[in-house]
Design a protein around this ligand. Structure first.
Ligand SMILES: Cc1cc2nc3c(=O)[nH]c(=O)nc-3n(C[C@H](O)[C@H](O)[C@H](O)COP(=O)(O)O)c2cc1C
Length: 296
């Protein structure tokens, strides 16, 4: 078991006090000309990142290693990189629904997971776990399960009487499903008859992000990690798409969770398709007007 606290190399420590100031939980103090670690912490690594002398380290933390592209571990200070690059990247990531048959290399996917784990998380819990599915038979089988599940739901809500009846127990969700998803699911059912998968769009890989539910804000943490994957994937020439249909089903289907090696008590927070885009976008995402209240 790793210590949940920094190790201090006192021979290197200059007692500059920067680590003491940056520590959010006040776990560091300089007393009698010595830096003291007062207690275990959330291992956020802020103290490590401000120490010019290299006196702070964490046994539990390993350096980031990317294998499919060169990265020397450089830190980008505020103001870098150029905001037009960051805004351009964010705006250029799109949900990719057309894939070539080219399979992303193992190193490429490992790098995406590495980047996922750089996301912020409540209390620095970093509880995210990943399942990478590259077996096309498993992807096809899961798409088949989705067809079965949502096909049954569609047959139920297609009937006005059953829709009203289900609405008595489930409220507005039933009407919402009918108006927002019924026709999309029908399209997927029709496509499947022609051997076309419109749940995963023929993607050669899926990344499932899941976690235990007992930490702090597990859903949000995992989704930030998933979004990191989407952004880096775009920069690496890959495409992704969140598949909410699959997350919803996996959270209700114990046998599929088991098949993917996901503990039954875990929540599935994101299912992403992954592959090389077969269609090209030429412009960044337009968006609806948003509401914002400015106070002050
Ligand atoms: C939580 C979530 C679930 C989604 N589920 C699906 C899905 O099941 N199938 C799909 O094709 N797209 C899905 N999407 C993609 C959205 O439709 C897409 O993000 C939105 O239309 C905006 O387009 P863009 O991602 O290209 O900017 C999902 C997105 C999110 C964030």
């Amino acid at each position: 078991m790793y210590a949940s606290r920094p190790s201090i190399d006192h021979a290197r420590c200059t007692l500059c006090g920067k680590c003491v100031v940056i520590c959010e939980s006040n776990k560091l103090a300089i007393r009698e000309k010595k830096l003291h670690v007062l207690d275990d912490c959330a291992v956020c690594g802020h103290c490590y990142a401000v120490c010019e002398a290299g006196a702070v380290s964490f046994v539990a933390l390993r350096p980031r290693v990317f294998k499919s592209f060169p990265y020397n571990g450089a830190y980008f200070p505020p103001g870098n990189p150029d905001p037009s690059i960051v805004a351009g990247l964010i705006g250029s990531r799109r949900s990719v629904r057309h894939y070539t048959s080219k399979e992303p290399a193992t190193e490429t996917i490992s790098d995406l997971l590495e980047c996922a784990s750089m996301a912020p998380s409540a209390h620095n819990d970093q509880q995210w776990e990943f399942v990478v599915v590259r077996d096309r038979a498993v992807i096809a089988s899961l798409a088949g399960r989705l067809l079965e599940y949502y096909g049954a739901l569609n047959r139920l809500v297609a009937n006005t009487f059953m829709r009203r009846l289900a609405g008595l127990f489930m409220g507005k969700k039933v009407d919402q499903y009918y108006s927002e998803h019924y026709s999309g699911v029908q399209r997927r059912i029709a496509a499947a008859a022609g051997k076309k998968d419109l749940f995963f769009y023929g993607a050669p890989a899926l990344i499932v992000v899941h976690s235990a539910m007992d930490g702090n804000s597990p859903l949000e943490n995992a989704q930030y990690a998933a979004y990191n994957i989407c952004l880096l994937a775009h920069a690496m020439g890959l495409g992704t798409c969140f598949i909410g249909y699959a997350s919803y089903l996996l959270n209700r289907d114990r046998s599929w969770k088991k098949r993917l090696g996901i503990p039954s008590a875990h929540g599935v927070h994101a299912v992403l398709t992954l592959g090389y885009p077969a269609r090209e976008f030429l412009k960044p995402a337009p968006r609806k007007e948003y509401a914002a209240r400015w106070i002050g």
